[in-house]
Design a protein around this ligand. Structure first.
Ligand code: NAG
Ligand code: NAG
Length: 380
């Protein structure tokens, strides 16, 4: 190899070294050179076929009646020991005590931490990780648990099948302040820079969750951040929780992804991953879909009108057919050479025809009311 070749090789090795050490120093980001489309180069699992988050297409979900309501264990027995709040440069993490857990899954899961994903304070919506029928919520809370029945700790569990159980809670904004979220938001000013930690008063973690813990989507997925391990049993609650616009704005604008000593300040924003292909996975629901829900009065009216229109249409068609048959048969009966009937002989027939029409009309009228009343009787 000539000296130029050697030089180029050395240069390449050198660049690779810098890139690698960069990746180690600040292993990954959401955008830029180590952004989400590059994650799989450094973390192969991120390119797997069972990744999270996903878009939930509700018409393609499958109802599984065996999915029972989840039971948070010890969520509201927080004790007096403070929680640790941590800005890790990617999100805000609240470490959870090990007596908190999750029941209602085939194994017992122990709580580890919870964290949030959010946007950038701009007018664009679309900052949750999971989406429903292509629509994003404003932010998302994840409560992470590991399978403590099968594995000794989270680092062992996170690489394994069924190793983790994560609760996903979609957050939308409304008028009212959600006081439960202030247990976190009020203390973010203490951890504005990456790597900062603070103790905060313990609080009722269950108050962050939606009220209905029985209705959820369930699927097999992954961590939504590198290393993207694919052993996560996901539970995405159907009910969303609401915080105020001011609360969301605070979350979106207060934290930095940069460290206190960094010269360049960088806000911690848009820390959500785009939805990943579902591939062959099935999303199960613990609740049955639209078909079972009770009909609204508007829908009832629409159906009644539909049935009535159908009956009237049917009556018109029947009448037309009867008329056609009658006129055809009279043509058959009447010999072609027979002279045209006199008005006198025709008169009673017209009267008879009218009478028959009345009879026909009243029958359909009767059928109509019968149909609508029997329909109304089946109405719950
Ligand atoms: C987790 O468990 C594994 C396997 O028993 C062990 O090797 C490892 O040291 C443990 N890690 C921690 C952080 O306790
Ligand atoms: C997840 O995968 C396991 C097999 O690895 C399967 O038994 C289970 O039914 C799957 N769960 C869901 C919700 O798809």
């Amino acid at each position: 190899m000539d000296s130029l070749g050697l030089f180029i090789l050395l240069l390449l090795l050198c660049f690779q070294g810098t890139a690698a050490s960069d990746a180690n120093k600040s292993p990954w980001t959401y955008t830029g050179s180590v952004g989400q489309s590059q994650w799989s180069e450094y973390f192969p699992d991120c390119g797997g076929t069972s990744q999270s988050p996903i878009d939930v297409v509700t018409t393609q979900t499958k109802y599984d009646p065996t999915l029972s309501p989840l039971t948070p264990l010890g969520y509201n027995q927080h004790g007096s020991k403070p929680f640790t709040l941590h800005n890790n440069g990617h999100t805000v993490v609240i470490e959870l005590p090990e007596w908190m857990g999750l029941g209602g899954l085939p194994w017992l899961f122990t709580a580890v931490q919870m964290h949030l994903h959010w946007g950038n304070g701009g007018p664009d919506h679309g900052s949750s990780e999971h989406t429903i029928n292509g629509l994003s919520a404003d932010a998302e809370l994840h409560v992470v648990h590991y399978n403590s029945e099968l594995y000794p700790n989270i680092s062992a569990a996170m690489r394994q099948r069924n190793g983790l159980a994560v609760l996903g809670i979609l957050i939308v904004t409304g008028e009212e302040t959600n006081l439960a979220f202030n247990n976190i938001l009020s203390y973010l000013s203490r951890i504005r820079n990456a790597d900062q930690k603070a103790f905060i008063p313990a609080f009722d973690v269950q108050s962050l969750l939606p009220k209905d813990l029985g209705s959820y989507y369930r699927y097999n997925g992954s961590l939504t951040t590198p290393p993207c391990y694919q052993g996560v049993i996901w539970t995405l609650f159907h009910e969303m929780v609401q915080i105020s616009k001011a609360q969301l704005l605070k979350l979106e604008t207060i934290l930095y992804a940069s460290r206190a000593e960094d010269h360049e300040k960088m806000l911690l924003q848009d820390n959500y991953r785009v939805t990943q292909p579902l591939n062959r996975r099935v999303i199960f629901t613990s609740f049955s879909g639209e078909s079972r829900k009770e009909l609204t009065s508007g829908e009832v009216t629409a159906i009644v009108i539909g049935v009535m229109c159908g009956c009237v249409g049917l009556a018109v068609i029947v009448r037309f057919i009867v008329k056609t048959i009658r006129s055809t048969s009279s043509w058959d009966i009447l010999p072609s050479n027979r002279p045209a009937p006199t008005p006198r002989t025709k008169e009673p027939e017209t009267a008879k025809e009218k009478q028959q029409d009345v009879v026909l009309n009243s029958t359909t009228e009767g059928q109509k009311t019968e149909e609508s009343s029997s329909f109304l009787q089946t109405e719950p």
